[in-house]
Ligand binder design. Structure first.
Ligand code: CTP
Length: 409
């Protein structure tokens, strides 16, 4: 996905062992479609060579405010003006302290001071020893940088190059790119609390068997990611799938429909939007055997009895908060044929303002999908595209339809 196509990123490196990860970060930024201009401090150049960063960014690295290549001899002005964002990774403790004080002793700090505050966002990925990170001075500086309008990304946790273990590692390059991509998304769901269900459910027959379906959870996970990128607080109730949790999303894992219903019921009072993307099993075995069911030699299969699962979405949609417009419910419909007619019928049956139809067998497990939005005014097709692209479009469509009451305080 070329999520950063057309974006020009100034990637700043200050001194720290995490500089070795900035090489990969640079590669991922260009892979995502961005053009990258690297600026390094003298300390950063002790950890990784400008040659490496030039080769990966395909541009000469700028190291000094006295770099005479710029016709007006003002790299600190030009670099910031050309950027869609300045990303400093790693941001050392010393660099953060310098920025807080408005110091400008080298090109990187000088460029940050000269940054057009309203137009060019500044994101910092701190990286340092855990004691340095937790020191009151660094925490004070991080808070002040946020107050001054910078985005200070969280640090990672774990083993550090110094041999200690704790908070202060630089975020992984993939996570930094995700944060940057999210930063550029319009904040159409800011202030909303979005609850998403995703994936299949698994209904146990006995301890080793059960019934489930082919839902991969990819669409629901993409919706959760897109809602978070759009500024919402997101909780994801996930059936059994092996997908990584989108950054910044709170995840609750469940197995069965009854567990999914319990998790939704526990969370729904906090939510302003529910997106039910899960493919909930319609039936479950009436009883789940305590021990594995064995063949009895008769050649006959066991006589399994099934009972219907509760309709999680319809139950929530019938609640007072949903009916009064404080909670906006969005359903999905996985159909195999007659998408429009089935989706409209399902929307009315479930009493939801917006239903998203898709052809289940064509999309289960795939990275792409095509959606048909169905509401009281008619239908709207979101043509075939990557699920994340569609999820972002859906987030905007939900935002457009939100009644004023669903806007959280
Ligand atoms: N859904 C739910 N609880 C269920 C069944 C479905 O919350 N027990 C939700 C799904 O998450 C989805 C919508 O209802 O948002 C429609 O799901 P789908 O499986 O397409 O429809 P069903 O209600 O199961 O109807 P049918 O199987 O007859 O098509």
């Amino acid at each position: 996905m070329k999520d950063l196509a057309g974006k020009h990123i100034v990637l700043g490196l200050s001194g720290g062992i995490a500089c070795y990860k900035s090489a990969e970060l640079c590669r991922l930024l260009t892979k995502a479609g961005a053009t990258v201009q690297v600026v390094m401090t003298g300390a950063a150049a002790q950890f990784i060579t400008p040659v490496t960063m030039q080769a990966l960014s395909n541009r000469p690295v700028v190291l000094s405010q006295w770099d005479a290549r710029e016709p007006n001899n003002m790299p600190h002005i030009n670099l910031g003006r050309e950027a869609d964002a300045i990303l400093i990774a790693p941001a050392s403790a010393d660099l953060m302290a310098q920025l807080v004080q408005g110091r400008a002793a080298d090109l990187l700090t000088l460029m940050c001071l000269a940054r057009p505050l309203e137009r060019v966002p500044l994101l910092l990925a701190p990286a340092m020893n855990r004691e340095m990170w937790s020191h009151p001075a660094t925490q004070r500086n991080a808070a002040q940088l946020r107050a001054d309008g910078a985005v200070v990304l969280p640090v990672g946790q774990g083993a550090q190059a110094c041999g200690e273990t704790g908070d202060g590692r630089m975020l992984e390059p993939e996570d930094i790119v995700d944060e940057l991509v999210a930063h550029f998304q319009p904040k159409v769901l800011r202030g909303q609390r979005v609850l998403v269900t995703a994936g299949p459910t698994f209904e146990a027959i006995d301890p080793v068997r059960g019934i489930t379906n082919h839902s991969s959870g990819k669409m629901g996970f993409a919706v959760a990611r897109a809602a978070r990128e759009a500024g919402a607080e997101v909780t994801l109730v996930a059936g059994p799938v092996h997908l990584p949790t989108p950054r910044g999303v709170r995840r609750i894992n469940v197995q069965s429909a009854l567990q999914m219903q319990a998790a939704v019921q526990a969370e729904i009072a906090q939510a302003t939007v529910l997106v039910a993307a899960a493919a909930v099993a319609d039936w479950r075995p009436a009883t789940s055997a305590e021990h594995k069911i064995k063949k009895d030699g008769s050649g006959l299969p066991p006589a399994l009895q099934f009972v219907e699962n509760p309709d999680i979405l319809a139950g929530v949609a019938a609640s007072e908060r949903a009916r009064s417009g404080q909670l906006f419910c969005v359903g999905f419909a996985a159909e195999s044929h007659d998408l429009e007619a089935n989706a409209q019928a399902k929307r009315l049956r479930k009493q939801v303002p917006l239903l998203v139809g898709n052809i289940g067998p064509a999309t289960f497990g795939q990275d792409d999908n095509a959606l048909l939005l169905v509401d009281a005014h008619g239908t709207q097709a979101l043509p075939h595209a990557n699920k994340l692209v569609l999820a972002r479009q859906l987030a905007a469509e939900i935002a457009r339809r939100l009644p004023a009451k669903a806007v959280a305080a």
